[in-house]
Design a protein around this ligand. Sequence first.
Ligand code: FAD
Length: 433
Amino acid sequence: MVTIGHRFNRQLRMRVIIIGGGLLGLTTAWFARAHGMEVTVLERESGVGRATSFANGGMLHASQANPWNEPGVFWHALKMLGKEDAALLVRLKALPYLLGWGWQFVRHSAPQRYLKNFEKNARLAHHSLASMATLRAAIGTGYHYAARGTLKLFRTEAAVRAAEQMTHQLAEWGIAYEAVNAGRAVELEPALGGIESAIAGGLYFPDDESGDAHRFCELLAADCRARGVKIECNVKIKQLLRAGDRIEGMLSSVGVLSADAYVLAAGPWSPLLAAPVGVNLPVRPAKGYSLTLTTQGWKDRPSLPVIDDSLHAAVCPLGDRLRVAGTAEFAGYDLKLTPSRIDNLFHLVTQLYPAFAPHLNRETAVRWCGLRPMSADGVGLMGRSSLANLYLNTGHGPLGWTMAAGAGQLVADELAGQTPGLDLAPYRLARFG
Ligand SMILES: Cc1cc2nc3c(=O)[nH]c(=O)nc-3n(C[C@H](O)[C@H](O)[C@H](O)COP(=O)(O)OP(=O)(O)OC[C@H]3O[C@@H](n4cnc5c(N)ncnc54)[C@H](O)[C@@H]3O)c2cc1C
């Protein structure tokens, strides 16, 4: 048996293996190391942050903490079944894989459950932005960090009224906002001038942040290494090995590895590793697309992250690039880039910023898709599992960048035997019974 790290001495250090070198694995590693643990991160790719954490929407937005399974989602998904340009597309081939999970997903769209889950997310997101400040103090702001807030736009009066009904809840959960009219929206983001007459209203969230998740992963990994964390890439975990109510090791591409505790942070692939040891995770992949455009040479280019509610699109400036992200597709683990979904994103940018349409360079645009690890109730899975030394940090779905720092800190606190800064009970796997 290959042993990672120094031999465990309870008086000295606990050895932890973290499976997955994405946002959630790396933040957990950093905070676990801060508690003095011997930490190893295992990642099957050749570098960190190369899977779902690679080219996401770039927004750390506590303001968008609402789970996707909002009331009425079932009928909406049914109407969109098979429609290539739908914001939420369910492919027929994915249906068998979604059956049990899908039932839970729909069950959690009941208004009371939805609101409860929304609150859990809002509280975690709020907590997470504070944890992010701790990480920023260590790694700096070189990941195109910006703290300009986000602007959410609505194109119909009905959408404005629906949003207004939720805003008092956001304030109660500690999320600041300003209701804006079209003029104020353009004042905040002059690049929206071309569509001022189409804006019915909006909400500006001043505390939201943005940044490049992949660059953040690289910086955090470098800092982790400098602090003594081992990050081993090109190592694939093939199987967890269970003995009684514990994990006793893991079969990997470099042999059998063991530690005192294990954190499963393998994103959408987490259920595939957990199920064979009897831990069933209600997490399924939801594919999303992004486009990264260079804005070099654009005069008065966009500078504020903007979410267009009616277009289901998010546009986020990252230095001299513009990230456009959106759409959700339930298609299993298929990572094929569907050209029509990418075309939708080009179309969305031109609808938001018509003046920049002539400058869009399709040749240099970077097309990407990733699999959001979606939990059935829209809330991430953190902390203890049903096995004594197996911990979870996964299932954060469309909010993984927002939640990463807070979730990493909370799971590391629990590993260290300390009371986490936010009660973990509502986020544990045990909530699914
Ligand atoms: C289009 C899109 C836009 C998004 N926009 C936003 C946004 O604006 N804001 C936001 O908050 N969130 C956003 N998200 C969500 C966010 O990106 C994810 O929730 C987050 O990246 C998930 O991180 P993770 O660490 O859980 O998973 P991953 O980044 O996928 O990391 C898991 C890692 O585990 C590794 N792994 C898996 N199996 C094994 C194995 N057997 N052995 C070894 N290694 C293994 C993988 O290679 C991977 O690197 C978006 C997602 C998408 C797809």
